[in-house]
Design a binder for this molecule. Sequence first.
Ligand code: SF4
Ligand code: SF4
Length: 96
Amino acid sequence: MAKIRGHVSIKIENCKGCELCIEECPQHSLEMSLKINQNGYHYAVLVEDNCTGCINCALVCPEAIITVYRESKKKKEPVAVISNVTENIKISLDIN
Ligand code: SF4
Ligand code: SF4
């Protein structure tokens, strides 16, 4: 079976620098930036090209600012979108 390639998009200006995503990434694809965002937090960034799209980082992010993509022959679509964390939690997963 072909190895799945993933990619993450992080809304860095909303990152609180908790590092939970970094601890939960089995690929060690994420690191904290040395720079800080507008709120004064170091933020998580994708530093390795080995993301598998496992969605661990998106699931643990308390700010729900990580969107995970998986490459496929189909059009690139998000596989994990978590929103409305302060009210009704909505989680969309495509883990085929
Ligand atoms: S989707 Fe998985 S492999 Fe990719 S950065 Fe997030 S935790 Fe790491
Ligand atoms: S889990 Fe979310 S808030 Fe915490 S460091 Fe990662 S991206 Fe930032």
